[in-house]
Write a protein that binds this ligand. Sequence first.
Ligand code: ATP
Ligand code: MG
Length: 473
Amino acid sequence: MIRKFLKRVMGKPAKTKPVDNARVIPFSVHGVDRDQISYGAQKVTDGLQEAGYEAYVVGGAVRDLLLGRKPKDFDVATSATPEEVRRVFRRSRIIGRRFQLVHVMFGEEVVEVSTFRSLIEAGDAQTDEHGRLLRDNQFGDQEQDAARRDFTANALFYDPYTQEIYDYHGGYADTRKHLLRMIGDPEVRYREDPVRMLRAVRLSAKLGITLDAATAAPIARMKELLDNVPKARLLDEVLKMLLSGHSVECIQQLHRMNLHHGLLPLLDVIMEQPMGEKFIMLALRNTDERISQDKPVSPAFLFAALLWHEVLAAWNLRLQQGERPVGAMHAAMDEVLAKQRAQLAIPHRVDAVMKEIWLMQQRLEQRSGQRPYRLLEQPRFRAGYDFLLLRCASGEVDDQLGLWWDEFQDASDERRAEMLQPEQAGDKKRRRRKPRKKPDIAMQGDVGAQFIAPESEQETQPESKIQSELPIE
Ligand code: ATP
Ligand code: MG
């Protein structure tokens, strides 16, 4: 406390950089108070400045504070190299190989610290044949670091000590005008990194701000460049959209910009399946709501929802070809996941959870004997049940099923016993003797009703078998 007071009285630590080209915006103009910066980010900028380095809060956090929003996290940019940052903070670690960053830990909070980078011109040896930057890890100064950032609103540097903002590209005025504008020539910048097209969509949708016309214009003709981006990075960006808390707006914006088409099969699925659209929109809205209430959301649940109607379509096709329901379901799931993986690198671990949620849908329809009790004990019952509620809300299955499970979960033993549907054991024997009937071919509009495997098949594929194939996380 005394140290902090002395520091304020004695004046700010020495700086080594010129700020000639930056507009310095004082607190009296922008009004962002030091107290709005997280504890960890303040500690990091204070610590680095005391050690003689420049250090600022930068990027999304400054932008969000100017827009009156709560920042997701706080990033710091500094003149110190990663090793120098490590030396100042004991609880920190260097991450990344080519592009090194330092994570500094303060309890739960992790502050990401990056060293000022310099802008590498497109056409350099460090770009691929499309102009995409392959390396972006040369250290530079604050001005160069500002120029390599994407949007003017993302290139503002806030000094928590002086409470001043340094602005090299007019980002302050743009932010005040609620405008998202690319720094430099948008076409060149998209060529350097096509993911910026998706960032433009995500940030404008999430923040409810306008995409500058010159920034938006080249996107329609440059979207093919996204094919050239590593799949893991695309997945990252798609996940950021879906988990932004504004996934519905993001998807609508992608649609408006015609960016969804042929971009990612997953997004094609979202937009172009009339039958699944209602279900998917409900799932996205539900996710946005959970995020706004600070509830956890699972990417596996979301991907399971996005691909559900693809799985159903593949399953129906296999039924039409005479395959047996449970086997057809396993094959349909694998087929859809393989197709999806070819474009977007959904991790195998996530696949396993998605399959569990999908397979549980079948079991949720079985309400007799011991089955509902066993299902309740499944670790992922809640996810399967939430998924069922979405199917009910979209009209795919009868609301009664959701209501039944809602009551069954909390009912007394007596009530549960009353609720059970009559065991169709008598049928089993009869069916066994009957020649196997080809399963009904489910029409696309009526899949839910056809989703229960016939008893005869359940016997050959007992539940324990289905479960044993599912790794539990
Ligand atoms: P969010 O609120 O989603 O975190 P953000 O703008 O902070 O938004 P990050 O991905 O956290 O997004 O990136 C932090 C900063 O790094 C950005 O504000 C921007 O200055 C810079 N940046 C990120 N991605 C790029 C990119 N593809 N090209 C140029 N600069 C980028
Ligand atoms: Mg950020």
